[in-house]
Write a protein that binds this ligand. Sequence first.
Ligand SMILES: Nc1ncnc2c1ncn2[C@@H]1O[C@H](COP(=O)(O)OP(=O)(O)OP(=O)(O)O)[C@@H](O)[C@H]1O
Ligand SMILES: [Mg+2]
Length: 261
Amino acid sequence: MTDTPLLDIRGLSKTFGSVEALTDVDFEVRPGEVMALVGDNGAGKSTLIKCVAGIHGYDSGEIVFDGEPVSIHGPKDAARLGIEVVYQDLALCDNLDVVQNMYLGREVHDWLYRLKEPVMEQHTAETLKSLAVTTIRSIRQPVASLSGGQRQSVAVAKAVQWNSRLVILDEPTAALGVAQTRQVLELVKRLAEQGLAVVLISHNLHDIFEVATRITVLRLGRDVGVYEREKTTQQEVVHAITAGIPTKVAGIAEAEAGVAT
Ligand SMILES: Nc1ncnc2c1ncn2[C@@H]1O[C@H](COP(=O)(O)OP(=O)(O)OP(=O)(O)O)[C@@H](O)[C@H]1O
Ligand SMILES: [Mg+2]
């Protein structure tokens, strides 16, 4: 793992009318790491992700990707950079099978526009295998017949199959039982092991402490701390979520008090 961030957000601010959804937020994630993004309801997590995904514009700040300042004006800009987001509910079409979902909008066909089913089937099987998604019996079954964990696994596989470099998961385990949550968390770990940068939004600190390398806490639209998983406790993170002071304000207070940083 390198220390250079793949995604480096600097001083991002975003308002919706009079609501300050994000104020001067810094956020980074490195290749090969799982960065958790946590905070109470309305803290700004989804808004921050939507700015990166090109769904929202932002008022000020900078997004640096792979060392270069980038402007992301729509989901296609994000996809071109290798940024993929898995949203909890919008991920899959129930009536289509696994292969059709994997290739939705990106179907492979020959010069007569006949679908190349064997090519898509083989690639789907290989992608699932490379991610060790082994419990799906047939890739020709409609995703409506899959378990919640299997569906989430297909959604993740779909997102990462196009040479993506950063994958963002917004609450991927919120609706899952214990065993299925385990499946998805294992998959999250594997993505990072394969060198992707992973952002994991979750309200479940237990899950986060199992897979995250670092944890960024947002509170009331501001970043209030970045914690290394191995050097922090759930208690410290909960305290930041409920009572954290913005990092930059804390920095100024420390400097004024003459504390060396
Ligand atoms: N499209 C929108 N229009 C107006 N206000 C919005 C919009 N989206 C979000 N907000 C506001 O921005 C703030 C941050 O919301 P956001 O959805 O980012 O929170 P969140 O951290 O994802 O919360 P949750 O954990 O509940 O998903 C909230 O005050 C919310 O009401
Ligand atoms: Mg949200």
